[in-house]
Design a protein around this ligand. Structure first.
Ligand code: SAM
Length: 269
């Protein structure tokens, strides 16, 4: 008998955004594995689906083997959108393939596609970065890599980290770089905002809701980022940096060593 794991995308805000095939799959599965049983139960109740739910999130993925051994028709849903996109799913797929399961993934809701296609920015080539690491070296490295990226970039971000991420992106791209911010897609307060990084910092001082950032591609000819040296050194001075520490920070932000020294030791006007 064929054993089958189906990844089922679920709405990212509007309960009507679910396909007929997704509902049929959830109805016919032996079991639905999900990140949060209480959260997914609301969706099932709404559509009158009675298939049992079991929890399988990033903290309980060690139960995946047992689930796969005990069932032959399994559906997997994350809290919202497509499982495996900045959500658990990949590990379950790996283990299912190892056990000879047929793995299928239904097309359906995900946040980055509507954000990208409504952004007004080029869509032919893009890179999906998901969430940037929270801090430290890995975040710095990923940001530096973005500085060399020539395609449209899509990022996920939580509201409480949005300002920090926008500020870091200013260092990489410069304050005038264009982006779109897709907020609360498919929900009551949906908004697709378009402008520069500097304007975004101003506009989203107290961000609320869920965000996708879509950054314009850097023009092909542009080499290293050219931050606005005057604005950058003013901002770093306000943060208390001066002398050698200011020069180092300016250099890290993309100025040449000479430029960095010049701005660091220049008398404030
Ligand atoms: N699996 C989901 C998908 O397919 O898009 C992503 C889950 S990830 C844990 C959650 C992030 O997705 C949020 O922090 C936000 O960046 C983005 N997101 C999810 N729903 C959204 C919405 N309705 N509007 C804007 N962004 C959303």
């Amino acid at each position: 008998m064929e054993r089958r794991l189906t990844l089922v995308p679920t709405p990212i805000g509007n309960l009507a955004d679910i396909t007929l095939r997704a509902l049929e799959t959830l109805r016919q599965a032996e079991v639905i594995a999900c990140e949060d049983t209480r959260h997914s139960a609301k969706l099932l109740r709404h559509y009158g689906i009675e298939t049992p739910l079991v929890r399988l999130d990033q903290h309980t993925m060690n139960r995946a083997g047992r689930l796969l051994d005990e069932h032959s028709r399994i559906a997997y849903v994350s809290d919202a959108g497509t499982p495996g996109i900045s959500d658990p799913g990949a590990e379950l797929v790996r283990q299912a393939l190892e056990r000879g399961f047929t793995v299928e993934a239904l097309p359906g809701p995900t946040a980055f596609v509507p954000a990208l296609v409504a952004s007004g920015l080029p869509t032919a080539r893009f890179v999906f970065e998901g969430f940037l690491p929270g801090g430290g070296r890995s975040r710095r490295e990923r940001l530096e890599a973005l500085g060399r990226e020539g395609r449209t970039v899509v990022l996920y971000e939580s509201p409480h980290r949005l300002q920090k991420t926008l500020a870091d992106l200013v260092e990489v791209y410069g304050p005038e770089h264009r982006l779109a911010l897709a907020r609360e897609l498919s929900k009551k307060h949906e908004e697709i905002w378009r402008g520069t990084l500097a304007e975004a910092l101003e506009r989203f001082r107290q961000p609320r809701g869920e965000f996708v950032l879509v950054l314009a591609p850097r023009p092909r000819a542009a080499a290293a980022p050219q931050p606005d040296a005057a604005e950058l050194s003013r901002r770093l001075r306000r943060q208390g940096l001066s002398g050698r520490r200011l020069a180092e920070a300016l250099e890290q932000a993309g100025l040449s060593r000479n430029q960095a020294r010049e701005w660091a030791y220049r008398k404030e006007d």
